[in-house]
Design a protein around this ligand. Sequence first.
Ligand SMILES: [Zn+2]
Length: 87
Amino acid sequence: MSTLVEEVTGKNLDMPRMDVLHSDLVRFDGRYKSECPVCKVGVLCMTRTRKDYRLLREDRCGACGQAFRYVDDSIAGESLPPLSEAR
Ligand SMILES: [Zn+2]
C-alpha cells in the first residue's frame, strides 16, 4: 500500500509555474514555510541565494514538485527581489 506522499511525489514536476501570494498560503512550522496549495502534503521551504542569503521568489514543492513564484512585495518582513528580475 502506498502512502499519500508517495502518490504525489514528482507528480507536478512538469506543470507550468504558478504565481501565488505567500501571505495567502497556509503556514507550516514558522514564518516562511507553507503547505503546498496543490497537493496539500508537501511543503514549500523557501529558497535563498548562496551569495547574500536573500529570499528568492521561486520555490518548488518538496513532494509534488510543483513550481511556484511568490508575487508578494515582502515575506516575513524581508523584501524580495523586484518581480521584473525574477526568472
Ligand atoms: Zn505539492
